[in-house]
Design a protein around this ligand. Structure first.
Ligand SMILES: *Cc1c(COP(=O)(O)O)cnc(C)c1O
Length: 409
């Protein structure tokens, strides 16, 4: 016991001078929680700057725990710098708001993650930033739409819900030629399916910025919201850090802890969910009510050849893909029947997001989501499946019983 320095217990409970011994080491890193960060004296306070990662100024600008996760995510993506944000969408908005100004133009694929399009249409346009949509399967269409005002091009591989895999290499080249910054939504690839900053594996071509919804695979639990913006360029990182600082996009310590704890099992989970998803996708392709399976690793899927070019090297001979795919239910069945199919599933639960232990299903109304025709898709109702960590035979049996009861009744 140390002697009591303060006569009042209220003060003693805050200023108690006991320090635990140094040198403790556990398997998981320590979790630092702070809004206030303490300085030893005024000179030290004046000498520290929020952008200087050699020290700490305020909880919003980083703790040892947030720095640690940023370093690990940068390593996962093959980047040098990382900025964390409180959700994947926050990471998208930090990127857009940091890199765009009035009079600029941003381009995104028509199959971009929906809320990214909503941010551009619902908010950026009010601030004088124009938003254009390009055909994700036509590099020439993207090339034609780049103007002198284009400052940022969003890329997504594959696109949300309809899973078209674009010619990412061609798209990045087209933007490079015009000196336009590229930002990839890399949530699907998760840093494992391909290397966003080294698309040709020879160091010659990569995106400028990668955004990753850590909510999905890195968290792996379906219980955390977080996003990351990574880059290799110091100047770009500085702009993003500045935007992040202006917007106050801090991340909570409990969430940092959850992602740090889940990260070591990320590759195992990703590849297991990929293998299960492909088994189910192949099986579903042979089922009567299914007009088309939209999984980039399946032959004949939109952009399959681009998936092969980029992801065949990712994981042994099979290449790598996330455990996420969609299917088109034939027009013979009304959308009410498709809804009933989703409701009839017992293991697959109805909910947004993916990358967690629980398999999820979601029907989509495609015409509300696309501005251009989608001739590469069979007509019908789109249903997306996110494969969790359940036994794959149980998942197949669940799909089979729902098909039987709803579509074959
Ligand atoms: C989920 C998701 C996001 C956004 O992540 P949140 O943490 O839910 O905001 C962004 N992009 C893609 C492709 C996603 O699937």
């Amino acid at each position: 016991m140390t002697h009591t320095l303060h006569p009042h217990v209220a003060t003693e409970l805050i200023h108690h001078d006991y320090q635990p011994p140094q040198g403790f080491e556990g398997v998981q890193p320590p979790v630092h929680k702070a809004s206030t960060v303490l300085f030893p004296n005024v000179a030290a306070m004046r000498a520290r700057h929020w952008e200087d990662r050699s020290g700490y100024t305020y909880g919003l600008h980083g703790t040892p725990t947030s720095y640690l996760l940023e370093e690990r995510i940068a390593a996962l993506e093959g980047a040098r710098h990382c900025t964390l944000a409180p959700s994947g969408l926050a990471a998208i908005s930090v990127t857009a708001l940091s890199l765009l100004a009035q009079g600029d133009e941003v381009l995104m694929p028509d199959n971009v993650y929906g809320p990214n399009k909503a941010l551009a249409k619902g908010m950026l346009e009010r601030y004088g930033v124009r938003c254009g949509l390009y055909d994700p399967l036509d590099v020439e269409d993207l090339r034609r739409r780049i103007t002198g005002a284009t400052r940022l091009v969003w890329l997504e591989a594959p696109g949300s819900v309809t899973m078209e895999f674009p010619d990412l290499i061609g798209q990045v080249r087209a933007c490079r030629e015009r000196g336009v910054i590229t930002a990839l939504d890399n949530t699907w690839g998760a840093g494992l399916a391909f290397a966003p900053f080294d698309l040709l594996r020879d160091g010659s071509l990569g995106v400028d910025v990668s955004v990753h919804a850590l909510t999905k695979y890195p968290s792996g639990g379906g219980d955390v919201l977080m996003g990351a913006v990574t880059t290799r360029e110091a100047a770009l990182h500085e702009r993003i850090q500045r935007g992040h600082m202006h917007l106050g996009m801090g991340v909570g310590a409990n969430d940092l802890e959850a992602v740090l704890r889940a990260l070591p099992s990320l590759p195992l989970r990703y590849h297991a969910q990929d293998a299960a998803a492909r088994k189910l996708a192949h099986w579903l392709a042979g089922q009567g009510p299914v007009a088309q399976v939209l999984h980039p690793a399946l032959a004949g899927a939109p952009g399959h050849e681009h998936w092969q070019a980029l992801c065949k090297h990712g994981h042994g001979h099979d290449g790598a893909a996330a455990g996420l795919f969609s299917m088109v239910i034939d027009t013979r069945f009304a959308s009410e029947q498709v809804d009933a199919f989703c409701d009839a599933l017992r293991l697959f639960r109805l909910g947004y997001s993916w990358g967690g232990p629980l398999s999820l299903v979601m029907p989509y109304r495609l015409p509300d989501m696309r501005t251009r025709a989608t001739p590469h898709l069979k007509p019908g109702t789109v249903v997306r499946l996110a494969i969790g960590l359940e036994n794959v035979d149980d998942l197949r049996a669940d799909l089979a019983q729902a098909i039987k009861h709803v579509f074959e009744a």
